[in-house]
Write a protein that binds this ligand. Structure first.
Ligand code: ADP
Ligand code: MG
Length: 475
C-alpha cells in the first residue's frame, strides 16, 4: 500500500509534549508513527485516498492534545481552516472507521485509535502465547518467502510431537498479521484439537470471513462456497494439530477431500497445516507439482536451545550440550526434563552425577497411541532390534546388517522391499533416525535416546507384544 509522501516529510514539526494520560493508561504502547501509518491504510481503503497534509496536522495535533491555535502556529494553515474544514470531516470519517459506536473527536482520538489497534487481528481459536520464542529465524524466513510468492495454496509444517510446529505457526501468523506487505484481508487460527466435523469448521470459517452469508446445508456445497470466498478475500489460515484427525478415519477422509479441493482449486488464500507426518496425499501433490509445499521441522538450533535451557536455570554449557544432544533440541522435551530435574533433584548437579534419559508424559502418551494403534509387528521388531543393539554398544546399523540378522539370527523372514518400506515408515514417523556414512555413503539407522528408553522400558508391554498376523516367523 502506498504510503503518502506527506506522512514522512510533512511540514508539521510540533515537539511531542510529555506523556499524556491516555498513553500511560494503555498497556500496549503505540507510537504516533505506527498510528499514522495504520490509519492512513484504513482511510485509503475507505475512500481510496490517503490522508492529506492538513489532515495529518490535525491528527498529530489531536494526538498531542494541542489546541487548533497551536496547530495553526506550527503550520502554514489557518486555525479556522483546520478546525472547521478539515477536522469536522476527518472526525466524522474516523467515527465511522474506528469509532466502534463512539463519536471520535480531538479529545478521545488517541484512546480510540489505541483501542482499535489493540483489537485482535487474528480470529478463530486462541493461539499459543509466543512471547518467549527462541530461534527459528531460517524457518520463519523460508515460510514467509513461500507465502510471499503466492504460489502455494497450502503449506504443511511437519515434525515430531513437541518440536515446535504450533509455536512456529503461531509466530508466523503473528508476524504476517503485522506486516502489511503480505496484503491479507483475514488471519484465522483454528485448532483441530477437539476434532471438529468438517462442516462445523467450514461454517466457522465462513462466519468469520463473511458473517452475513447463509451457509448451505451440504458439506461439498459449503466447501464450494468457502472456496469462492477464499477467492474474493485473501485469507491466511492456520489449521493446527491436523494429526488429531487420524484417530477418526471418517473425519480424516472428509478433511483430505477438503484439503484436496483447497490445493487444487484456484483462490488467493494460504492455508498452513501443522501435522506430525507428511501425509502420502501431500507427497503426491508435491510430486505432481500441485501448489503445496512443506517444511520439516527439526530441533531448535543450538544457540536457541541453550537460551531456553539457561532461562530454565541450566547454566553450565557442557550440561546444556548434553541435554540438547539427548533430546535432539526438542523444546518441549527440554522444558519437561529441566522441570523434572528441578522438581526431583532440586540441585541440577545431583542429576548430572547420575544422568538418565527421561521420557515426558506427553511423549509417552503419544508413543503409546502410535505403538498400540499404528505400528505393525515388523516396525516394533525393528525398533526393539535397534534398541538392543545399542545396548550391546552398536549405536547405528546398516540395512544389510538388519536384513541378515533378521534372517539368520532372529528367525524373521522379510523381503528387502518390505524392510525398506518399514524403515521408511518408521523414519517418517520420527521413530528412527538415519545417518549417511560419509565414506561408504551407506545409510545407518539409529534410535534417539528418548525413543530407545521408551522401547527398552516398555511400561505397558505394548512394544514387545506381537500378533504375528502379517509376518511369518521362519522355522
Ligand atoms: N521456538 C520456540 N521457542 C521457545 N519455546 C518453544 C519453541 N518451540 C516450541 N517451544 C516450547 O515447546 C512446546 C511445544 O511446542 P509446540 O509448538 O506445541 O510443539 P508441536 O506443535 O510440534 O507439538 C511449547 O509449548 C513451548 O513451550
Ligand atoms: Mg502442536
Amino acid at each position: 500500500m502506498a504510503y503518502s509522501a506527506s506522512l514522512q516529510s510533512g511540514s508539521y514539526s510540533a515537539k511531542a509534549p510529555s506523556q499524556t494520560h491516555s498513553e500511560s493508561n494503555t498497556s500496549k504502547k503505540i507510537t504516533l508513527e505506527e498510528a499514522l501509518e495504520f490509519l492512513n491504510e484504513l482511510i485509503h481503503k475507505a475512500r481510496d485516498k490517503s490522508l492529506s497534509e492538513p489532515e495529518i496536522i490535525v491528527f498529530k495535533g489531536a494526538w498531542y492534545e494541542q489546541s487548533y491555535e497551536e496547530m495553526s502556529k506550527t503550520s502554514t494553515y489557518k486555525k479556522n481552516y483546520l478546525q472547521r474544514r478539515i477536522a469536522i470531516d476527518l472526525f466524522d470519517l474516523l467515527t465511522k472507521i474506528i469509532g466502534n459506536g463512539e463519536q471520535v473527536c480531538k479529545r478521545n482520538l488517541r484512546a480510540c485509535i489505541q483501542s482499535f489497534m489493540s483489537q485482535d487481528l487474528i480470529k478463530g481459536s486462541k493461539l499459543p502465547d509466543v512471547s518467549k520464542f527462541y530461534g527459528r529465524t531460517q524457518e520463519l524466513l523460508y515460510l514467509k518467502e513461500l507465502v510471499a510468492t503466492q504460489q502455494f495454496n497450502c503449506i504443511s509444517v511437519v515434525g515430531v510431537a513437541g518440536i515446535g510446529k504450533s509455536f512456529l505457526a503461531a509466530k508466523l501468523i503473528t508476524d504476517i498479521s503485522k506486516d502489511k506487505k503480505f496484503e491479507f484481508d483475514f488471519f484465522i487460527w483454528k485448532s483441530l484439537a477437539h476434532s471438529p466435523r468438517i462442516e462445523d469448521l467450514i461454517t466457522e470459517l465462513l462466519e468469520i470471513i463473511e458473517p452475513q452469508i447463509i451457509s448451505p446445508n451440504y458439506t461439498q456445497e459449503k466447501i464450494t462456497l468457502l472456496l469462492k470466498v477464499l477467492k474474493q478475500k485473501r485469507c491466511f489460515i492456520v489449521l493446527d494439530e491436523f494429526e488429531i484427525l487420524y484417530q477418526n478415519p471418517k473425519l480424516n477422509l472428509d478433511y483430505l477431500i477438503f484439503i484436496r479441493r483447497l490445493v487444487e482449486e484456484n483462490h488467493q488464500s494460504c492455508i498452513i497445516i501443522t501435522n506430525r507426518i507428511l501425509l502420502d496425499e501431500f507427497v503426491e501433490f508435491i510430486n505432481n507439482n500441485r501448489p503445496l509445499q512443506f517444511l520439516r521441522l527439526e530441533g531448535l538450533d543450538t544457540d536457541s536451545a541453550i537460551k531456553l535451557l539457561t532461562n530454565k536455570g541450566i547454566t553450565d554449557l557442557q550440561r546444556c550440550h548434553q541435554l540438547i544432544q539427548t533430546y535432539r533440541g526438542n523444546p518441549s522435551e527440554l522444558n519437561d526434563v529441566t522441570n523434572r530435574i528441578q522438581n526431583m533433584f532440586g540441585n541440577t548437579e545431583i542429576f548430572f552425577e547420575n544422568p538418565t534419559t527421561l521420557v515426558s508424559k506427553k511423549l509417552e502418551n503419544i508413543l503409546n497411541k502410535i505403538v498400540g494403534n499404528v505400528l505393525e509387528d515388523i516396525h516394533k521388531q525393528i525398533m526393539i532390534y535397534i534398541a538392543e543393539k545399542a545396548v550391546e554398544g552398536l549405536e547405528s546399523i546398516t540395512i544389510t546388517t538388519i536384513l541378515n540378522d533378521f534372517k539368520l539370527n532372529q528367525g524373521i523372514s522379510i523381503s528387502t522391499l518390505d524392510l525398506v518400506k518399514a524403515l521408511e515408515n518408521l523414519e517418517r514417523m520420527s521413530l528412527i533416525e538415519s545417518i549417511k556414512n560419509a565414506v561408504t555413503k551407506e545409510i545407518c539407522f539409529t534410535l534417539q535416546p528418548v525413543i530407545k528408553k521408551y522401547v527398552l522400558t516398555d511400561t505397558l508391554g505394548i512394544v514387545h507384544s506381537f500378533n504375528y498376523s502379517k509376518f511369518k516367523i521362519a522355522s
